[in-house]
Design a protein around this ligand. Structure first.
Ligand SMILES: *[C@@H]1O[C@H](CO)[C@@H](O)[C@H](O)[C@H]1NC(C)=O
Ligand SMILES: *[C@@H]1O[C@H](CO)[C@@H](O)[C@H](O)[C@H]1NC(C)=O
Ligand SMILES: *[C@@H]1O[C@H](CO)[C@@H](O)[C@H](O)[C@H]1NC(C)=O
Ligand SMILES: *[C@@H]1O[C@H](CO)[C@@H](O)[C@H](O)[C@H]1NC(C)=O
Ligand SMILES: *[C@@H]1O[C@H](CO)[C@@H](O)[C@H](O)[C@H]1NC(C)=O
Ligand SMILES: *[C@@H]1O[C@H](CO)[C@@H](O)[C@H](O)[C@H]1NC(C)=O
Ligand SMILES: *[C@@H]1O[C@H](CO)[C@@H](O)[C@H](O)[C@H]1NC(C)=O
Ligand SMILES: *[C@@H]1O[C@H](CO)[C@@H](O)[C@H](O)[C@H]1NC(C)=O
Ligand SMILES: *[C@@H]1O[C@H](CO)[C@@H](O)[C@H](O)[C@H]1NC(C)=O
Ligand SMILES: *[C@@H]1O[C@H](CO)[C@@H](O)[C@H](O)[C@H]1NC(C)=O
Ligand SMILES: *[C@@H]1O[C@H](CO)[C@@H](O)[C@H](O)[C@H]1NC(C)=O
Ligand SMILES: *[C@@H]1O[C@H](CO)[C@@H](O)[C@H](O)[C@H]1NC(C)=O
Length: 493
């Protein structure tokens, strides 16, 4: 080995040593040994495998599930979710084990079968941490409502207690955490009537999840709330059947924007005319729920509602004349895979005059025809009514009023009749036209040539006859043409 080579080696070794030295500075000795102590409890054999003493492994900031502050190299985040050997069954946590992490911001302890804390070694041990913001205790076996200290944890912003076994008094215990922005109380054993007044001191709360509880009624006993910043409410899988009272409660949150209803049963009728015009809530999402048509109609009382989405639901009940439809500002209606057990639900469309986007896909209707309500939507840009088995004639005469329409998709239905001769004049700005898999008959109108913006044209799988006219050549933007499975003749251009 030449001298030069030895020098290079020496240089490399000294670089390694200095790197190692820097790394040792990276992780505080006391935090490293605290982590090694924690590992006795978070002992899933497949997790935290690099939490061991060893050569080249001393910087605990590099360990799995650990993050450190960039400035101070102190542990700032610990993700101990599902890190316990589940075969050991439930156990009690000693929170003091976590108190060496003075700059801890985020702590995930979810999915560890923790039944509670050792006496005098609970979360009050973290009260002094000024940066502590996120705490996830979900999917454990906690059952003592006094799990969190009544004072301290002054900066906690996010708390998930979901999937534990508390009762309604947990509300008054969490209400001391006045910095909370997001609170998840999914499936924690709430029952009966829940009074959100109890959370009134959480004035910064923005997101609240309360699904999966046997809640029969949600009230605000004083009739007004201090939760003025609440924007999102997740209310899945509840036992509420009084839809009217629920909507009235929702109307009391001044900033509420999104309401998510998943897996509910609002199959009871609501008297829409008793509801006032509410001025909050921008978006409702319903999925996997049973709904009475009047409940859906009642949602129209929210004057700022701009988006209504519904998937995998079942709608029953008939619309009656008493129900005042409003839907003053609804711009987007998106329904899929929903069963309508009535024959007049589409009449609701008649009140949705501000729609820009209307999509009803893969739904099941009972002897229902498409209502002329779509005539009264002057701003409609996209009309997608596909895969619904709708029969009868398509209300083409309406389409003449839809001067902003650029997408029309009524594929996979059983519409019959002719395509009107004047279609090209009606739909002059149309970009996409899809009537495939219906039972349209007659010939292709020559006015198609007037649709100068048409890019996508699909009329395949119908009963169209006659020639493929050279007028289609007028469609100067056409990029995709499908005409198969008709009885058409002739050449394409
Ligand atoms: C809890 O952990 C702390 C810190 O390791 C220790 O000093 C204390 O003795 C433990 N408490 C119990 C009851 O084991
Ligand atoms: C709620 O649980 C606590 C124990 O955490 C118990 O003392 C209290 O009686 C329970 N309250 C109700 C209404 O069940
Ligand atoms: C609340 O927790 C449940 C269960 O862990 C989860 O499914 C849901 O998405 C959470 N809510 C929010 C808003 O993240
Ligand atoms: C609510 O949100 C606003 C704007 O985001 C913010 O200025 C205010 O501090 C928040 N808290 C309360 C209690 O209003
Ligand atoms: C509804 O909540 C119950 C607990 O209250 C739970 O057992 C069930 O799995 C949930 N169902 C769905 C579909 O989320
Ligand atoms: C919804 O509740 C009604 C009674 O209020 C009941 O008859 C119906 O079976 C329920 N639907 C579902 C899907 O659970
Ligand atoms: C809601 O507003 C509409 C008109 O915008 C009005 O006809 C209706 O009476 C109002 N409903 C209530 C309950 O105030
Ligand atoms: C719609 O259903 C009602 C009862 O469910 C029935 O009386 C009416 O005749 C039906 N109308 C049509 C057009 O099928
Ligand atoms: C509707 O059904 C078709 C065919 O079954 C499927 O490809 C498509 O993804 C469905 N669309 C929606 C929005 O569910
Ligand atoms: C379907 O509705 C039409 C009127 O729209 C009615 O004449 C017919 O009897 C109905 N069919 C059934 C099976 O209800
Ligand atoms: C078209 O719109 C006008 C006014 O917006 C309305 O008077 C007319 O009834 C509409 N046409 C149809 C077929 O609904
Ligand atoms: C027309 O609709 C059918 C069925 O929904 C779809 O498979 C096809 O891709 C669409 N055609 C165009 C050009 O988008």
């Amino acid at each position: 080995m030449g001298l030069k080579c030895v020098r290079v080696w020496l240089l490399l070794i000294s670089m390694l040593i200095s790197l190692q030295g820097w790394r040792m500075e990276g992780c505080l000795e006391q935090e490293r040994s605290a982590l090694l102590q924690l590992k006795h409890f978070f002992n899933d054999p497949n997790r935290l495998q690099d939490w061991v003493e060893g050569h080249g492994n001393s910087d605990c900031c590099d360990w799995e599930s650990v993050d450190c502050s960039f400035e101070t190299s102190r542990v700032s985040s610990l993700d101990l979710g599902f890190a316990r050997n589940q075969e050991l069954g439930e156990w009690y946590l000693n929170v003091s084990l976590l108190s060496p992490f003075q700059e801890l911001k985020t702590l995930y302890l979810n999915g560890n079968l923790i039944a509670g804390c050792i006496e005098n070694e609970g979360f009050e041990r973290l009260s002094h941490l000024n940066n502590f913001m996120d705490l996830d205790l979900s999917y454990n076996m906690f059952n003592d409502n006094r799990i969190l200290p009544v004072s301290g944890l002054n900066n906690l912003k996010y708390l998930s207690l979901s999937d534990n076994m508390f009762n309604n008094s947990i509300l008054s215990y969490v209400s001391t955490l006045s910095s909370l922005k997001e609170l998840n109380l999914t499936d924690i054993g709430l029952k009966g009537t829940v009074d959100l007044q109890e959370l009134d001191s959480l004035i910064n709360l923005e997101v609240l999840s309360m699904g999966g509880n046997e809640i029969e009624k949600v009230v605000i006993s004083k009739g007004e709330t201090s939760l003025r910043n609440l924007t999102m409410l997740y209310l899945s899988n509840m036992s509420i059947s009084d839809g009217r009272s629920l909507l009235q409660t929702l109307s009391l949150f001044p900033s509420l924007e999104d309401v998510n209803f998943y897996y509910n049963n609002f199959s009871g009728a609501v008297n829409t005319y008793e509801l006032s015009n509410f001025t909050n809530v921008r978006e409702f999402l319903f999925s996997d729920s049973s709904l009475h048509i009047s409940f859906l109609q009642s949602v129209g009382a929210f004057m700022s509602l701009d988006t209504l989405r519904m998937e995998d639901c079942e709608v029953s009940g008939e619309l009656t004349d008493q129900e005042l439809p409003t839907f003053k500002s609804l711009m987007k209606l998106d329904i899929s895979n929903t069963i309508f057990n009535n024959n007049n639900s589409l009449q609701m469309l008649g009140s949705m005059t501000s729609l820009v986007y209307l999509s009803i896909v893969n739904c099941t209707f009972k002897n229902t025809s498409l209502d002329e309500g779509i005539c009264k939507m002057p701003q409609l840009g996209r009309l997608i009514i596909s895969g619904n088995g709708l029969t009868g004639t398509f209300p083409w005469w309406c389409v003449a009023n839809l001067t902003s329409l650029y997408q029309l998709d009524i594929s996979i239905n059983s519409f019959t009749g002719h395509i009107p001769m004047e279609i090209g004049a009606y739909l002059s700005v149309l970009n996409s036209f899809n009537i495939s898999r219906n039972a349209f008959e007659g010939s292709i109108p020559s006015s198609f040539g007037d649709m100068k913006s048409l890019m996508w044209l699909d009329m395949s799988n119908n009963l169209l006859t006659g020639g493929i006219l050279e007028e289609l050549a007028g469609c100067i933007s056409l990029q995709h043409l499908a005409l198969s499975n008709n009885s058409l003749q002739g050449q394409i251009f």
